[in-house]
Design a protein around this ligand. Structure first.
Ligand code: SF4
Length: 249
């Protein structure tokens, strides 16, 4: 998604031809190295993201360059799109993507301000398959969350067989979500490390002055200046994708 924005919104804003921009994503995920080459993630035949390096590779590069992060001064991210919210931080853990979506859905559906933004029913590492019911005024939303491929299969097969019904589901392939992605620093089976990453993410979310995606001033500005209406044609073209079956290897 960010690659598509960099090569359209960013390119236009700074008057740089899109083919002169190289997008490098630092990811927790090894699968992204393949995914950026998929046709569905190209715009007019051009890759949105040119290179993916994993967080583990990035950490190694930092070490090799002799950079000590603890001695660096704190800095904000570069603009545009240099502002982030608590909702974006929690994307990294199981339940986080759906919780971020719920924070926005609640306010857009009810027209009311969400006072407590934490949806604890979708959180947690222990249950591979979580269910929660969320009230949006008179509406009750049924949410399903799976992490780990075995749980994802169970969830999807149960839905297919009519054993479960949800209004929305979230699936993360890795146990715990991206915090335990294949590109992350090794933890050698010590799940306490994964739980510590999860706690760190929620702590960071709590510290953020803005915790809902739709209140991010950088995102609002991008929609006003470039993207148009939420869910409109441009947003749909650049920010959504679909997947087609690929041949088995
Ligand atoms: S859950 Fe795992 S496979 Fe899915 S995006 Fe995150 S790191 Fe990649």
């Amino acid at each position: 998604m960010f690659g598509a924005i960099a090569k359209t919104y960013f390119a236009e804003k700074f008057n740089i031809p899109a083919d002169k921009i190289v997008v490098v994503s630092v990811m927790p995920c090894i699968a992204k190295k393949y995914e950026i080459q998929r046709e569905e993630l190209k715009s007019d035949g051009v890759q949105n993201v040119d290179y993916v390096i994993t967080t583990r590779e990035f950490a190694k590069m930092i070490r090799e360059a002799g950079i000590d992060f603890t001695k660096l001064p704190d800095e904000d991210f570069d603009n545009p799109l240099g502002e982030s919210t608590g909702a974006s931080v929690i994307f990294g853990t199981t339940g986080g993507v759906i919780e971020a979506a719920l924070r926005t859905a609640y306010e857009w559906v009810t027209g009311e301000t969400l006072q407590d933004v934490e949806f604890h029913g979708v959180r947690g590492f222990e249950d591979g398959l979580k269910e929660a019911t969320v009230k949006l005024k008179d509406m009750e939303l049924k949410i399903g969350v799976a992490h780990g491929l075995g749980n994802a299969r169970r969830l999807l097969e149960d839905i297919r067989d009519g054993k479960r019904f949800y209004h929305a589901i979230e699936i993360m392939a890795c146990p715990g979500g991206c915090i335990d992605g294949g590109g992350q620093p090794y933890h050698h089976g010590n799940l306490e490390i994964v739980k510590a990453r999860m706690n760190a993410i929620y702590e960071e979310d709590r510290r953020k002055p803005i915790r809902k995606s739709h209140e991010n001033p950088a995102v609002i500005k991008m929609y006003q200046e470039y993207m148009g209406e939420y869910g409109g044609h441009k947003a749909h073209k650049l920010l959504h994708t679909h997947y087609t079956p690929r041949e088995s290897i």
